[in-house]
Design a binder for this molecule. Sequence first.
Ligand code: ATP
Length: 225
Amino acid sequence: MWCSVTATCASDVPVKQRIGVLGGTFDPVHFGHLRSAIEVHEALALDELRLLPSARPPHRGQPGCSAEQRLQMVRLAIQGASGLQVDDRELRRETPSWTVDTLHSLREELGQQPAIFLVLGWDAFCGLPGWSRWEQLLELANLVVLQRPDCDLDLPEVLKDLLAARTTEAAVADASHGQIICLAQTPLAISATRIRELLGSGRSVRYLLPDAILDYINQHGLYRP
Ligand code: ATP
């Protein structure tokens, strides 16, 4: 099911603009997010991949620091990373951060022509049936599902059917929306939950996230008990 990022992918079919979107709480951003972002960008020959922090994540408790701080950490993390950008549209909105609304907003900005690739880790993909108006997501974007070595959730039946019907090889994924691509990337068992736990118990998180983020966390006294 998983297609490898080492395969020659869609670089020979640059028919339309190709935009990736990796949404998340980024509480804080870590190498699991960043390495995945780079590998998806390359595997799908994207023009850009946007990291899109959620302001008010509807499916989880209050983040460990403010939306502005999470946004600032994402900005710091991608400095100098070619092809990666930050999209702060969810922080500019007053309403909850429903992904379907975010994709509508992206379509308003980009139009119908570009291929949009919504990137989800396996855990997020398994939780999709709990998302608001989730069936509409494939009318607005393609889905890119990433392996997560730290997650062994079972796929709900409804998603098994969806995968069977919509899965496409990365090398031929050129629709503007409606396709699902399962990508194997460098497996990194890093989670923000674990990073917050380590910081909360006074332990080191060095080498789990960029030094610039660690400096920011220390300067602002984030995630401490
Ligand atoms: P938390 O532990 O607080 O739930 P997280 O580490 O899962 O956070 P999120 O900001 O919730 O990070 O994740 C944003 C997106 O990145 C999600 O789709 C998630 O599945 C994916 N993701 C996060 N960490 C990894 C990883 N190590 N490998 C692959 N995908 C990841």
